[in-house]
Unconditional design. Structure first.
Length: 229
């Protein structure tokens, strides 16, 4: 609480809080007060809280494992994110984004994913969701010496899942580059927002000038009616 100040505090796996910590968190949310560890003076906080869990908090409340008053304090605005297996169309975009991050962190230059490797990534159910996908890509990137991730560096369970999927493993011979994936993603976002550049920037997580540069580089043109700003 000292470090966050008036910023935002993200608490992951909120369902795992002990009863003692649940009470302390409830006090902060209701009274905006807390006592620093080792201190004897009560302080106030205007921090914003965002919490996440993969558990059914309502069920935890009914079972007596989570405070009902804290549950309703936290349950102001809820975003339900489906598991990755239920949104497989996101896999390609996630691979593009994660590889860009991994390349930067590991100082690598992975530019492509082979067709059969991408087929594996699409066919797998990803019980560990995006975190598991990132770990798989990181390990494959470490092992790969070229600029293309191939099937040989994927875990056996992912390869087997693709083989069991049959035709899901078939992909065109030509493998798109990360730049081509970026181009297609930006085009889809612009089309889905009706060329509202402000909304597109929020979805893409980029600045307005960068979006404008990409539009010029990829030679995109809005519909005849024009797009919104």
């Amino acid at each position: 609480m000292e470090q966050v100040g008036e910023g935002t505090l993200f608490l992951d796996e909120i369902a795992e809080l002990s009863p003692l910590m649940q009470g302390k968190l409830l006090r902060i949310l209701e009274e905006r007060e807390y006592s620093p560890v080792g201190g004897n003076r009560v302080k106030t906080s205007n921090a914003r809280f965002i919490t996440a869990t993969n558990a059914d908090l309502a069920a935890r409340v009914r079972a007596g494992g989570f405070r009902e008053d804290l549950y309703y304090r936290l349950n102001v605005a809820t975003l339900d994110l489906p598991p990755l297996r239920d949104r497989r169309s996101d896999v390609g975009l996630l691979v593009e984004t994660l590889l860009r991050k991994i390349n930067r962190d590991l100082r690598k230059n992975i530019r492509r994913v082979s067709g059969d490797a991408m087929a594996c990534l699409h066919a797998y159910d990803w019980p560990g969701n995006v975190r598991q996908l990132e770990n798989v890509l990181m390990k494959a990137t470490v092992m790969e010496r070229g600029d293309t991730l191939t099937l040989r560096h994927l875990p056996p369970e992912i390869v087997c899942a693709t083989q069991d999927a049959g035709e899901a493993a078939a992909r065109p011979d030509r493998v798109p580059t990360l730049r081509e994936l970026e181009r297609d993603h930006i085009r889809r976002v612009l089309e889905s927002t009706g060329w509202h550049k402000g909304e597109a920037c929020e979805i893409l997580g980029i600045s307005r000038p960068r979006l404008e540069r990409r539009i010029r580089e990829f030679d995109f043109h809005p519909p005849a009616a024009g797009g919104a700003d």
